[in-house]
Design a protein. Sequence first.
Length: 332
Amino acid sequence: MKLKLAALVIGATFGFSGLANAADFVIKFSHVVAQDTPKGKAAEYFKKLAEERTKGRVQVQVFPNSQLYKDKEELEALQLGAVQMLAPSLAKFGPLGAKEFEVFDLPYIFDNYDELHKVTQGPIGMQLLSKLESKGIKGLAYWDNGFKVFSANKPLKSPADFKGLKMRIQSSKVLEEEMRALGALPQVMAFSETYQALQTGVVDGTENPPSNMLTQKMHEVQKHLTVTNHGYLGYAVIVNKKFWDGLPKDVRVTLEGAMKDATNYANKIAQQENDNDLAKIKASGKTQVYVPTPAERAAFKKALTPVHTKMSDRIGEGLVQLIYKQTGYTPN
């Protein structure tokens, strides 16, 4: 893996340098999802604003769909300086040593975007981003994707339906515990490998916002989808701290403004994109979409609430309680 990453670092550093000779500063922005997802569109929007507002002094090269790095490689590549900007899902920071970010993986901790934004756009969110600086990473913003749904090749109408299923998840101890609470077998796997694993039966199902399911064509190899909205999937836009701090102040201020506007755009389109993509999945006829009744939703919440208690020590009890206070969540 180290040798592979080193080769990718060299390729990313030198292989694309010819694209940007005219710019004073180059930002390679790598991500793992498709260009027509909320994150993909927001990355392109940031590129447009950054290049226009710096009058070409900054060029942003966006590499979607794991073109440069997969999930496990991209954070190390950022720390090494092979890329300057990423927007990884918040679950990725746990393995890096910032376990507090796994609070966003707790099931049903946010019921809606208003509750979520009290955290991501408030002091708690900024405090969490500051914890990345000791790792050579500067956190700039949070971008929404959306709330997750479950999918499999069998109906998932109750927790009992998950028993024995192999469910793909991101690398997160909280998500592992979530699947175990449902009686499923958690399978940590790179996002780019998930479609093939679903297609070949290596895993039985997964969880994702509808936009990720549609753009990766997972709905073509999953017969059933349940709109549980049980968990949040969001991203932190991060940069290599040494690179960012080394930019001239006027350039950095301009890029901060572009990021602020790109963030507003990202979060504005996220819910609409996911609603539209869920409708497209339903219209495709390839996947049966099921919306739980209030009683069924309550059963899912009851089954998953113990995850909060089991994971509080890992995440930090104080942080969990702060978010409860912000959102009005009660375990009961």
